[in-house]
Design a protein around this ligand. Structure first.
Ligand SMILES: Nc1ncnc2c1ncn2[C@@H]1O[C@H](COP(=O)(O)OP(=O)(O)OP(=O)(O)O)[C@@H](O)[C@H]1O
Ligand SMILES: [Mg+2]
Length: 508
């Protein structure tokens, strides 16, 4: 039976699709000229046409305000959050608050939420796959950063729903990479995956025993990736220009887009050589109308200096994850490097120094995640018992409820295995209490629940009437294998199920 479920790596900068073919081999699906990745960019041109991927990338220098990139950083986020504000400084497109406090992107006279933007990219991956396979594709396993919370995972599923693509499973990117590395090799190893992509950083420690993949611990930063390397150089160039000419380029979207584009290319150049020219002719004009150029040289040394804190941060996170896994660096059998930004020489040096051994050469930094997703998709559809994969993952941040004193009562700890179920019993605190309301948060600040991400406010209604203290309600928290939470409640004495409503509110 041919594979029906494709694997999609929905990346911040690039997306990639793969499938296990009839012969059992995994194939990264080529796109037009043979490229295997598609830029995760969505745009609306002057005529109102939607463009995705290379077509969108080709025109973004001229059309920066209507070109959306880096959308994965905003998905499942509140407009009010500090992260969104920070990203707004670098993204040329307009962002505003939606009805639920989410982020909306204005492109011309149209507005899109982040699920819609993600769905455009997913749809392109799906179309490329179905053109290649010559059959319709309705299902996918889609990867997300291990450090994504429940809300961000749900948003990816919703993006699939919008285009009739069933996201049968959301799995973690580093876990997928580990599967690409180990699935057919009958290993008995403990590996660390260091995944530094365009937008996010993840580290996971995974035990591989044959076809069982057990995540021991995970950690990361969903605001640390290649985009931040680009931004560091952009900032340097703008400051330098300001110092030389007294003009601020950051308010000119076209100039900014040209700088941004060249910054990324210069970064890639500088991972292979030690200096590169940074020249943009006629970038702006003086008030008197004299054209001005950017004309400078960037050395790798300087670039490494301005990005050193980020490399350090990745190593600190790796150190914490290894400690959380209860092992030492020496106990790791292999280190897998995934993500385009791991080509940066200072990253490679830091990884070598920290782990004390060179990384494995057997994973492709750009394709491993999509390959792993496809292999897992195959395992879900196959009937062959010997090809089934057992995946035991963890949640990246604690999930808990806000207590009356504002602290967070943890239901699931950070790195708790999934799937997982916990229950708590509550006793009514008022006479004839009819409902129980609780706010669920995800994050690791136990002292102040509200500083974590608010997943929603749950109301359980229809409580049996009676004097306070007489009715016991048992609330069941269910975290599925994808790290997505559902809750239910019942009367402990009568077993009667209560009605649950969830309100998603903007966090304060
Ligand atoms: N040779 C190179 N040197 C430095 N950086 C590079 C090189 N090649 C690619 N990159 C950077 O890698 C990043 C893209 O990596 P990748 O495609 O793995 O990210 P992604 O999967 O889209 O993002 P994420 O996994 O964070 O969602 C970009 O920032 C790109 O500039
Ligand atoms: Mg990636």
């Amino acid at each position: 039976m041919p594979g029906n479920i494709i694997g999609i790596d929905l990346g911040t900068t690039n997306s990639c699709a793969a499938i296990v073919e009839d012969d059992g081999n995994v194939k990264v699906i080529p796109y037009r000229g043979g490229e295997t990745t598609i830029p995760s960019i969505f745009a609306i041109d002057d005529k109102g046409n939607e463009l995705v991927g290379y077509e969108a990338k080709r025109q973004w220098l001229l059309n920066p305000k209507r070109t959306v990139y880096g959308a994965k950083r905003l998905v499942g986020r509140d407009f009010q959050s500090g992260f969104v504000k920070k990203m707004g400084e670098y993204f040329a497109y307009d962002m505003k608050a939606g009805n639920e406090g989410n982020v909306m992107i204005g492109l011309g006279n149209q507005e899109f939420n982040l699920q819609q933007v993600s769905s455009k990219i997913l749809n392109t991956c799906r179309t490329v796959a179905s053109d290649y396979l010559r059959r319709p594709i309705g299902k996918a396993v889609v990867t997300v950063p291990a450090y994504f919370n429940d809300k961000q995972r749900q948003a990816v599923k919703e993006a699939g729903d919008l285009i009739g693509l069933e996201v049968v499973r959301v799995i973690n990117e580093p876990t997928a990479a580990a599967m690409a590395y180990g699935i057919k090799r009958n290993l008995n190893q403990t590996v660390a995956i260091y995944d530094l992509g365009g937008g996010t950083f993840d580290v996971s420690v995974i035990d591989i025993r044959g076809r069982t993949f057990e995540v021991k611990a995970t950690g990361g930063d969903i605001f640390l990736g290649g985009i931040d390397w680009d931004n560091a150089l952009i900032k340097y160039v703008i400051d330098d220009f300001q110092a030389k000419h007294g003009l601020d380029l950051s308010t000119d979207p076209i100039a900014m887009q040209r700088i941004k584009d060249l910054a990324e290319r210069t970064k890639i150049d500088l991972s292979a050589r030690t200096e590169a020219p940074f020249s943009i002719p006629f970038v702006t004009m003086t008030p008197e109308g004299t054209p001005l150029d950017i004309n400078t040289v960037i050395t790798r040394k300087l670039y490494e200096e301005i990005t050193e804190p980020m490399v350090k941060r990745t190593i600190e996170i790796a150190d914490m994850v290894i400690k959380d896994a209860g092992i030492t660096v020496a106990q790791l059998d292999e280190i897998l490097l995934v993500g385009g930004q791991t080509r940066w020489p200072a990253v490679q040096r830091a990884v070598l120094e920290f782990f004390g051994k060179p990384p494995s050469k057997s994973v492709h930094p750009d394709e491993a995640v999509a390959i792993g997703a496809a292999l897992y998709a195959h395992s879900l559809e196959t009937d062959a018992v010997d090809q089934k994969v057992q995946l035991l993952d963890v949640i990246p941040m604690a999930i808990g409820i806000e207590r009356a004193d504002g602290r967070m009562q943890e239901i699931f700890k950070r790195n708790a295995p999934v799937p997982n179920q916990k229950s708590l019993t509550f006793t009514t605190s008022e006479d004839d209490q009819v409902e129980l309301i609780m706010r669920i948060y995800q994050g690791d600040n136990q002292d102040k629940a509200q500083s974590n991400e608010l997943l929603g406010e749950f109301t359980f209604s229809g409580i049996r009437q009676g004097p306070r203290g007489s009715v016991k309600v048992e609330v069941v928290f269910d975290c599925n294998v994808e790290g997505i939470l559902t809750m239910s409640a019942h009367d402990k004495n009568t077993s009667k199920q209560m009605k649950t409503t969830v309100k998603v509110l903007a966090a304060k």
